[in-house]
Design a protein around this ligand. Structure first.
Ligand code: SAM
Length: 348
């Protein structure tokens, strides 16, 4: 094998350029063909805006390689130990679920998605199964989970809190939920993204998403919503996700090289076209300008990559916390007073 192998040798760096088929794509018979000639999920048609065709499946698999590198090989950042049941919500091609199952042969992994585009590897990876379901609908399982994983789901749900609540209800006490996600919120290592073509694309993406009822910056809200839902020990981390191979650090440079290929300009084109109402040619020009600018390493673009996780408390923790609040009006940490303040105007 050529020691100088780079992903760009196989993928030209343009999502819409001819690509080498992986030979592993799965045809989802339930798919519908969009106006753009790409296929989309047919079950709950129209709920999710990105395609499910072979090009998208390859992009997702490459993106998995990208993120595994970003996270230095870690599939999970939450402190999960020997989890029995794992749920990978919106699993895509199932590549994360399969890797997790292979690395944890004593765990059982379930991957759910609107599209059945995961390989049937029942024989080689018997501890991983996939189901077609909408994660916003009731989760019906005859067991609870110990770890729920959601990666790159920013554009997926009408109401992320519904999914968080399902996860909470379906986790064992002590179980963890983890989001690994990003936003089209561009930064430059040196200088500002303001006024750039990439920022113009990002702004159009955000406004088009909003027009279709999706908050593409919702990642900002995960931490607060996890706490509101009842999770404890909530941790939020933000990593820079380089979008071209500009960093000096070889690992991050490689991540940037992947991102030059896997950043979803073409996969999200439909969102821009249907959300903005702009003529397709104008949208294509905005994409082309942003792509050209992003590919130039001197521009040093990155977006935040978020890791947010939290734990479902044990029953004794909830009881102790409730008792403490009833007794002193203070929460466990002795911090903020949450008992009602007596109304002084009534006298004492
Ligand atoms: C950007 S892909 C991410 C896939 C995978 N998590 C990964 O990181 O490779 C989002 C996936 O979410 C799925 N999806 C979107 N909305 C969903 C929903 N309401 N319920 C279940 N899956 C959903 C899509 O079909 C798609 O496969």
């Amino acid at each position: 094998m050529d020691n100088n192998w780079q992903p760009d040798d196989f993928f030209s760096g343009d999502n819409d350029s001819p690509r080498v088929p992986s030979g592993e794509s799965i045809i989802e018979p339930d798919s519908v063909t969009g106006h753009d000639g790409r296929t989309y999920h047919g079950y709950k048609q129209g709920k999710y805006f990105l395609p499910n065709d072979p090009a998208e499946q390859d992009r997702l698999d490459m993106q998995h390689a990208n993120l595994t590198l970003l996270l230095e090989g870690k599939l999970a950042c939450a402190p999960v130990y020997n989890p029995e049941w794992i749920m990978d919500v919106a699993t895509g091609t199932g590549i994360w679920a399969l890797d997790f199952a292979r690395q944890n042969p004593h765990s059982k992994v379930v991957g759910s998605d609107l599209s059945k585009i995961q390989p049937d590897l029942e024989t080689s990876v018997p501890n991983c199964e996939f189901i077609k379901e909408d994660a916003e609908e009731e989760w019906i399982y005859d067991h609870k989970f110990d770890y729920v994983h959601l990666r790159l789901c920013v554009s997926c749900f009408n109401d992320h809190r519904t999914v968080m609540k399902h996860a909470f209800d379906n986790l064992n006490p002590g179980g963890w939920i983890e989001y690994q996600d990003s936003t089209a919120d561009p930064y430059r290592y040196l200088g500002t993204a303001e006024g750039s073509a990439f920022k113009r694309w990002a702004d159009l993406f955000l406004s088009s998403g909003a027009a279709l009822g999706r908050d593409m910056l919702v990642t900002n809200k995960y931490e607060g919503w996890l706490i509101e839902t009842g999770f404890v020990d909530v941790v939020e981390k933000r990593l820079p996700w380089p979008l071209s191979p500009w960093p000096d650090n070889p690992r991050l440079r490689e991540v940037g090289r992947f991102n030059r290929t896997t950043w979803p300009f073409m996969a999200t084109r439909k969102i821009l076209v249907s959300g903005s109402g702009l003529p397709e040619q104008q949208v294509d020009q905005i994409i082309a300008d942003a792509k050209r600018e992003l590919a130039d390493v001197r521009n040093m673009f990155f977006v935040p990559f978020w890791i947010v996780y939290g734990r479902k408390p044990f029953d004794w923790e909830v009881k102790k916390l409730t008792a403490n609040i009833e007794h002193t009006g203070e929460n466990e940490s002795g911090g903020e007073r949450i008992a009602p303040v007596p109304d002084k105007s009534q006298g004492s």
